[in-house]
Design a protein around this ligand. Structure first.
Ligand code: NAD
Ligand code: MLT
Length: 312
């Protein structure tokens, strides 16, 4: 019997490769352009990726032997799931493996923005000592608006409460009891926008959440509000938020995710200390990468062994 073949198309932790190697020949080929992927995908029984690979309908149609596509992370929005389903290919992910990593990154972004840590760091490294330039704001006793009180939003809310913040949450799919257990007050989005000193986004990107933060919603917020997005690009209208920061309509923004990644040319990169940007690092901790690699590699291994899968 010939051995199954797995293509790993984004960097994943070695522990995942070791699990897959128990049952398959594993080829690691990262950074492939879509045309290349389309050319070679027909040889493989399984594909494992992170957010770098775009698994389009064309890729899926060329994957005539694919049984399973595994996303080492949460969001499967870089995979054409309906096209995969039509072809009988299972799509799996790791819903919990990077929850803590992403929540801690959102909190780090909120504090970095408040205390201007990235710019202060650069200033000291440039030989300066600008103590008056970097006067920050405390989060203690401030109101944090959490949009999306799922796994990541709930952990952010729990830690933020421990820092003395008051939490307002908006999530139409969460019960009042669950919000209360987390010490959050469930409110409508308009009230959250009007009252929050900080807003952090933890929703998936859907037709309802696309461009949720735009010039109209930004106009409802306090001029002192600081906004964090470690969820998905496209939930914020980037031109509108850059304009709002520049015009002093809001106090700042910290973004880990962008409508187009890599970000490239953007009005956001021209802004100063009140904008903090990271290159989609939410899940990038050693711990989370081990968690998601094990979680997804085990699911691929099981499907290649003919065992049932749990789909994303
Ligand atoms: P989750 O499914 O546990 O939580 C999402 C929450 O959003 C749910 O409670 C859901 O009810 C709520 N929601 C859905 N639609 C909504 C709407 N229109 N308005 C308000 N709430 C809505 O997901 P999670 O694991 O907490 O992940 C949250 C987001 O973070 C996802 O977009 C995920 O892709 C992203 N993420 C990013 C990184 C990163 O590297 N930056 C890492 C992990 C996850
Ligand atoms: C996710 O959805 O899990 C993250 O965006 C992580 C990643 O980029 O792999």
């Amino acid at each position: 019997m010939t051995m199954a073949k797995v293509l790993v198309s984004d960097p994943i932790d070695q522990v995942g490769i070791d699990i897959l190697s128990q049952v398959a020949q594993v080829d690691v080929k990262t950074g492939l352009p879509v045309e290349e992927l389309v050319k070679i995908i027909g040889e493989y029984d399984a594909l494992m990726l992170r957010s770098g690979t775009k698994v389009t309908q064309e890729v899926i149609e060329a994957g005539t032997h694919l049984k399973i596509i595994g996303r080492a992370g949460v969001g499967v929005d870089n995979i054409d799931v309906p096209a995969a389903t039509r072809q009988g290919i299972v799509v799996v992910n790791s819903p919990e493996g990077n929850t803590i990593a992403a929540a801690e990154h959102a909190l780090a972004m909120m504090l970095s923005l408040s205390r201007q840590i990235p710019d202060a760091n650069q200033s000291v490294k440039a030989g300066k000592w600008e103590r008056k330039r970097f006067v920050g704001a405390e989060v203690y006793k401030k109101t944090l608006g959490v949009v999306g009180l799922g796994k990541i939003g709930a952990h952010v809310a729990t830690v933020a409460r421990a820092m003395g913040m008051k939490i307002l949450a908006y999530d139409p799919f969460i019960s009042t009891e669950r919000a209360e257990q987390l010490g959050c007050r469930l409110v409508d989005l308009d009230l959250l926008f009007r009252e929050a000193d900080y807003i952090t986004l933890h929703v998936p990107k859907t037709p309802e959440t696309a461009n949720l933060i735009n010039s109209e919603t930004l106009a409802k917020m306090k001029p002192t509000v600081r906004i964090v997005n470690c969820a998905r690009g496209g939930i914020i209208d980037e031109a509108a938020i850059a304009e709002a920061v520049k015009a002093g309509k809001i106090a700042g923004a910290a973004l880990d995710v962008f409508a187009n990644e890599p970000l490239g040319e953007s009005p956001l990169t021209e802004l100063g200390t009140n904008v903090v940007l990271t290159p989609h690092l939410g899940a990038s901790t050693a711990e989370a990468q081990v968690n998601v690699a094990i979680d997804v590699a085990e699911q691929i291994r099981d499907v290649l062994l003919g065992l049932p899968a749990r789909s994303a």
